[in-house]
Design a protein around this ligand. Structure first.
Ligand code: SF4
Ligand code: SF4
Length: 326
């Protein structure tokens, strides 16, 4: 085995990002605690900051072949906190229906703050980083053996996410305005809604992963959250970028991408990876043999989604059809 893949990377620069992230979250935690006089903010944002900083640190310093475990640490810590502390102990419905309910009755609690910060506002900075680093559903599904889909995407099936989104919104509107029923905050009913919804996600996610041999099939075809995330992440400040002069066109990054993104098409077009399907998992960065891929900050957006669909072969230098019509 390549010795480099087994070495820890304790360079100083790998500590900078985790420390900065931790300081940002601690600043938010202390500011909200003091201004709102509520200890929850102090605990909530400190815990999330520590979880993210720890995962980022591990991702930076772990040997290359196990770097992805750093991401899984954050995913597990944040995901289990959302389920067990906010969902079960706090009896909040952390599902999207819960967010709609709380938003319509004007209540700002954990679920509302979470959606507004991580899944809507935050996408303008870190895109769909939530999906890669914190989602409690794929924290489990990511442990399944189909990390890199063999087949490409099933064309048009991703539209089901929109049906799911508007179906959920319609259900909430129906319950609130037709049945005239509003949720009881911190009630067992809320908790059951959340837990039953989660069980459905896990079952559907597992079945999709098993039959399509794709851990992330639930993100591509079922979950409604990307419907909102994709709007902000199109303009995300941080995006993946390939330095063309360093790229040897081995296509390893495309083969490892769990979201079937054709990264090199963006490179050929002289763009960063503009796809709103990117979940910021960083697998492409870690697999690149020439360190040609990294996150960069910038202002850009584009409508073209370069994705590999079922029937298209996995890219190699010979079979790649170059399309640069962004
Ligand atoms: S482009 Fe890279 S970071 Fe984005 S989903 Fe694919 S492998 Fe993960
Ligand atoms: S893994 Fe790196 S060198 Fe290989 S194609 Fe991707 S960017 Fe280029």
């Amino acid at each position: 085995m390549n010795k480099k893949n087994q070495e820890w990377n304790l360079q100083q620069k790998n500590f900078v990002l985790p420390v900065c992230l931790l300081l940002v979250f601690l600043t938010i935690a202390v500011t909200l605690w003091l201004t709102k006089d509520n200890m929850f903010y102090l605990f909530n944002f400190s815990y999330i900051g520590i979880s993210i900083a720890l995962g980022t640190l591990l991702t930076g310093i772990l040997p290359k072949r196990i770097k992805q475990r750093g991401r899984l640490v954050t995913q597990f810590l944040v995901g289990s906190y959302m389920i067990f502390f906010l969902g079960v102990y706090g009896k909040e419905n952390m599902q999207m229906e819960g967010f709609f309910f709380y938003l319509f009755i004007g209540v700002f609690i954990g679920a509302t703050i979470h959606y507004l910060v991580a899944k809507i506002g935050g996408t303008l900075i870190f895109g769909r980083g939530w999906c890669g680093y914190a989602c409690w559903t794929v924290a489990i599904l990511d442990l399944l053996p189909w990390k890199q889909p063999k087949e490409g995407r099933i064309r048009h099936l991703s539209w089901f996410r929109y049906i799911h989104f508007f179906g959920s919104l319609g259900l909430v509107l129906y319950v609130m305005f037709v049945l005239q029923k509003t949720p009881q905050l911190e009630s067992l009913e809320e908790m059951y809604w959340f837990l039953i919804g989660n069980v459905v996600y896990y079952i559907v996610g597992f079945l999709l992963a098993f039959f399509l041999k794709d851990n992330r099939a639930v993100c591509k075809y079922f979950c409604p959250i990307p419907v909102v995330q994709k709007i902000g992440s199109r303009f995300s400040l941080l995006k993946i970028e390939i330095t063309q002069s360093k790229c040897v066109e081995c296509f390893a990054c495309e083969r490892v991408c769990p979201m079937d993104i054709k990264l090199l098409d963006y490179m050929y077009a002289g763009k960063r990876v503009l796809s709103t399907e990117c979940i910021s998992c960083t697998a492409c960065i870690h697999v690149c043999p020439t360190n040609a891929i990294d996150y960069t900050a910038g202002f850009d957006a584009g409508l073209a989604e370069y994705l590999r669909y079922k029937g298209e072969p996995i890219a190699t230098r010979k079979n790649r059809k170059i399309d640069i019509s962004l």
